[in-house]
Design a protein around this ligand. Structure first.
Ligand SMILES: Cc1ncc(COP(=O)(O)O)c(C=O)c1O
Length: 392
């Protein structure tokens, strides 16, 4: 992108694209009509309704095309968390429990809290057994662990495509093969990968896949779930029958149009080599940090099976929350830890990768995107290095 984004001009370097992306001005432009003149309810039979319905269907086709799916297989939701819940609770509850036997669902330790919460709800409210698979030191699930965990009662596995903190990319196609051999459905939370790398539902073989608007330059509050032809879901919200009866509620037409435009732009960017541009910047940032802070910078996550925009590093002797606070005038990024009741708590993702808490507390999450430049990367590295206290 040549012209700077209006939300980024004159402000700290934004390296938190995995938290949320700025809305692309071309997305805003596409949405404007549906916030002003084209206000119809897609369910209305008159021309106002027809215009809105046509816009929703066009967006559905654009989102499906980005995934290599047929247009009718995409359901719009109000968030990624909702799409995850619809996939997990919806698929598990659509299968009746055999008399006297509990259904079983499998997930893995570094999932987003939306997936873990949906599984926990199944356990707590619906007597479903849940297995959480471990990951290795790079954050990868071993498909052999999955094969061992599947039982005759297993109905679903939910495994993310790429991790939001480390960028580690799971072997989803392999996982799907193992699951399908045993008749188990697969849901994949691809919130972080769609738009950053090519995501094709046929190649991955998944039955259900979540994508999220605000991770791909569309607004917050809109997301989508791909649902394969053969999959039955029990809706979380019933009512007016919208979205093929899977998600009641009058459609958020403008945001759906925005997601459709964002999907078109993502397809164009991927075809133009955006993944390579981002991975070069990611590696430049790592090298900058390593040369400014010799022997103190260590990578978290898989060295190669990783999103092109994501760099999660720990810096010896520099607790992340304090570091990012001190550097906040120059760079905006996330820590691999959160402040709970006044004390820093290590990231559950890094803990699951068996990183000791004292190391996890020094992890910073740097994620670039459409407006990240080489100059910004160099400036951000300088801002971080300047405040990283010298090692004791
Ligand atoms: C991997 C992953 N899944 C799901 C979500 C949830 O999306 P939303 O914020 O739209 O509920 C996020 C957002 O942080 C995410 O990174």
């Amino acid at each position: 992108m040549t012209s700077p984004h209006p939300g980024l001009k004159g402000r700290p370097v934004y390296l938190d694209y995995n938290a949320t992306t700025p809305v692309d001005p071309r997305v805003v432009e596409a949405m404007a009509e549906y916030l002003s003149v084209a206000f119809g309810n897609p369910s209305s039979a008159h021309s106002y309704g027809a215009a809105a319905a046509a816009a929703v269907e066009a967006a559905r086709a654009d989102v499906a095309a980005l995934l290599g799916a047929a247009a009718g297989r995409v359901v719009f939701t109000g968030s990624g968390s909702e799409a995850d819940a619809l996939a997990i609770r919806g698929a598990a509850l659509a299968v009746p429990a055999p008399p006297g036997r509990r259904r079983h669902v499998i997930t893995q330790a570094t999932e987003h809290p939306a997936v873990l919460a949906a599984c926990a709800d199944l356990a707590e409210l619906h007597d479903v057994d849940v297995t959480v698979l471990p990951v290795d030191g790079d954050g990868l699930v071993d498909p052999r662990d999955l094969a061992e965990a599947i039982t005759g009662r297993t109905v679903l596995i939910s495994v993310m495509h790429a991790n939001n903190e480390t960028g580690t990319i799971q072997p989803v196609a392999q996982i799907t093969r193992v699951a399908h051999e045993r008749g188990v459905l697969v849901h994949c939370d691809a919130a972080q990968s769609v738009g950053k790398i090519g995501v094709d539902v046929a190649e991955l073989g998944v039955d259900l896949l979540t994508l999220v608007g605000h991770k791909m330059y569309a607004p917050k509050g809109v997301a989508a779930l791909y649902v394969a032809d053969s999959v039955r879901l029990r809706p979380l919200v019933g009512g007016g029958g919208q979205e093929f009866g899977l998600r009641a509620g009058t459609e958020n037409v403008a945001s759906i149009v925005g997601l459709g435009r964002a999907a078109q732009l993502a397809a164009e960017a991927l075809a133009d080599g955006e993944s390579d541009r981002l991975s070069a910047l990611r590696d430049r940032l790592q090298h900058d940090l390593e040369s400014l802070l010799p022997d103190r910078v260590h990578l978290n996550g898989h060295p190669t099976l990783r999103l092109p925009n994501t760099l999660n590093v720990r810096i010896d002797g520099a607790p992340a929350l304090g570091l990012l606070d001190a550097a906040s005038g120059g760079v905006a990024a996330s820590a691999g830890s959160a402040c709970h009741a006044g004390a820093a708590a290590p990231s559950p993702v890094l803990t699951a990768m068996r990183l000791p808490p004292e190391q996890a507390l020094t992890a910073i999450r740097l994620s670039g995107g459409r407006w990240t430049s080489a100059q910004e990367v160099d400036d951000a590295a300088m801002s971080i290095a300047r405040v990283a206290a010298p090692r004791e």
